[in-house]
Design a protein around this ligand. Structure first.
Ligand code: MLC
Ligand code: AMP
Length: 504
């Protein structure tokens, strides 16, 4: 096959007049129209000087156009690098610089803030909005509506997705065409996706869940998506009657359960609800079943690996577990210190191997070697356990990571900023339980000398450099941080102390 990712997901729909996307205003986009837009975008990416293997950094609002940029990268053999729309210019600057992206595509509203970033990194700046305007859109309209797909192999890189690191520096996870394709193929089978499916899509498309899991599966099956710009509770409830399946982070499900309009009748026709990216409380699973009569299917994945495990489509979907290893994926539970496989039932590090596992971190061979073993097993940093029936549960994390509403936040990145703040001696950033986001960020500060830190000023200054979702929902000053005999900060003690901060 000339270009496995493009041909399998997109190219095969050429000339297909069936609907691919439904928009909230009632408009629809057919596969054929989507592919025409894709071809024009692919032509433009080449005209802008991007060659196969080059990176395109993209920070644009979710829209059919934004999805077509992903498809265009696949068609032209360019590495797609999507960025969270909440990132500040400071944050974007790191990704463009680190990846060496040749073009930065952003919303017109952000062009002024990102122009200096593009100039400093030697990248071309183009704009594209969800309302189908911008320099990129205008130039693409002049391009031919057919594009000769660039030949690529399954081992060629398709995307870079950045994940934060324990040192505070984000790492670009390099994903190949095969990583993405193999996972989509397995999931279509496992979750029984067909061209009859209409997926309610309210996730962002700059992360694995909304981009690869939801969109790739729909494309592979030839189904349709109700493509919402984000998760708005009323809109989701209004659209559910038209859908057959939905994917979400646990916050989607707790918000739905908090609304009396979310009833059994509303979702009787639904075939499947999938949850992932963060732990779904067993309590939410049970409440959902009590309300709707349906059991959410929970699965477990990561940026570096796509999906690893899933509860069964047929058979028991067990609350509080993430099911079994997917076909072709090996999962083992190991001793964090020795790497030896532990006996069934013991808690240890989850390691995974398979065609889904990434190729390493961009230009970070040491980081790659720390996490990706020579034999192909990836050390996830999650702690798991397998029960007597083989169901895997995630019982904790061996990495200092907060997952808030499905977004990952690495405390170190925020601590480095807090430590620099005026009248702050040191800081510790922790995740505490939150009724809406599952977990949320809290910053603990110790004052330098006798002057209390100005919490409002610190919050405001974080706001200029950090995406909103990373900013602590609360800053608290303590006389000192709890430490063990080795001098290491005891975050668990802090988490226990503030466990009820947001309880309702
Ligand atoms: C928004 N805010 C958040 C937040 N999202 N704060 C913490 N955590 C979050 N996740 C901020 C807003 O900026 C706002 O700030 C305030 O919190 C309340 O916002 P909101 O309007 O209630 O939030 P909303 O816009 O509705 O977004 C919440 C959400 C969204 C849950 C719908 O975060 C979301 O779509 N999450 C999905 C993330 C995802 O796709 N993860 C997949 C990663 S892939 P203020 O103070 O200005 O009001 C992966 C692999 C795998 O992990 O296995 O799938
Ligand atoms: P990311 O780096 O954004 O891809 O996030 C991956 C992390 O999300 C994993 O390492 C897990 O810690 C977490 N995660 C994903 N799915 C689940 C799940 N179903 N239950 C618990 N944690 C999950």
């Amino acid at each position: 096959m000339a270009n496995p990712l493009f041909d399998t997901l997109f190219g095969k729909h050429d000339g297909n007049d069936a609907v691919f996307l439904h928009l909230p205003d009632g408009r629809t986009i057919t596969y054929a129209a989507f592919l025409k837009m894709t071809a024009q975008y692919a032509g433009l990416l080449c005209a802008l000087g991007l060659k196969p293997g080059d990176r395109l950094a993209v920070q644009v609002a979710k829209s059919p156009q934004a999805l077509a940029v992903y498809a265009a990268c696949a068609q032209a053999g360019i590495v797609f690098l999507p960025l969270n729309t909440a990132y500040t210019a400071d944050e974007v600057s790191y990704f463009v610089e680190n990846s060496g992206a040749g073009v930065l595509l952003c919303d017109p509203a952000k062009a002024a803030a990102l122009e200096p970033v593009a100039v400093a990194c030697g990248a071309v700046l183009e704009t594209l909005s969800g309302e189908d305007s911008g320099t990129f859109r205008d130039k693409a309209a002049e391009m031919p509506s057919a594009f000769h797909t660039v030949a690529r192999s399954g081992e060629d890189l398709a995307a870079f997705l950045y994940t934060s690191g324990t040192t505070g520096r984000s790492k670009g996870a390099m994903l190949t065409q095969n990583n993405l394709l193999s996972n989509a193929q397995v999931l279509v089978e496992e979750w029984r996706f067909t061209s009859e499916d209409v997926l309610l899509h309210a996730l962002p498309i700059f992360h694995t869940h909304g981009l690869f899991v939801a969109s790739n599966i729909t494309l592979l099956a030839g189904g349709q998506m109700i493509f919402l710009p984000n998760f708005q509770l009323d809109e989701v409830i209004a659209q559910l009657p038209k859908a057959t399946t939905m994917m979400g982070v646990p916050t989607f499900y707790t918000r739905l359960l908090g609304d009396s309009g979310f009833t059994k009748d509303l979702v009787q026709h639904m075939r499947l609800f999938v949850s992932g990216s963060a732990p779904l409380l067993a309590e939410t699973h049970v409440q959902f079943e009590n309300r709707t009569g349906q059991r959410i299917l929970e699965r477990y994945g990561m940026t570096e690996t796509n999906m690893n495990t899933s509860n069964p489509y047929e058979g028991e979907r067990r609350a509080g577990t993430v099911g079994f290893a997917l076909p072709g994926v090996e999962v083992k539970i190991t001793d964090s210190k020795t790497g030896e496989t532990l006996p069934q039932g013991e808690i240890g590090e989850i390691e995974v191997r398979g065609p889904n596992v990434f190729k390493g971190y961009w230009q970070m061979p040491e980081k790659t070697a720390e996490e990706l073993r020579e034999d192909g097993f990836f050390i996830t940093g999650d702690l798991g356990q397998v029960d007597a029936d083989g169901y895997i549960s995630i019982v904790g994390r061996n990495k200092d990571l907060i997952i808030s509403g499905g977004y990952n936040i690495y405390p170190k990145e925020i601590e480095l900023l807090l430590d620099e703040a005026e009248n702050v001696l040191e800081s510790a950033v922790i995740g505490v339980p939150h009724p809406d986001f599952g977990e949320c960020v809290v910053g603990i500060l110790v004052a330098q000398g006798d002057t209390a830190p100005d919490l409002e000023a610190i919050g405001a200054s974080l706001g200029t450099v950090l995406a909103r979702f990373k900013q602590p929902k609360r800053l608290i000053v303590l006389p000192e941080l709890p430490r063990n005999t080795m001098g290491k900060v005891q975050k668990k003690a802090l988490r226990d102390q503030f466990a009820d901060l947001f309880s309702v």
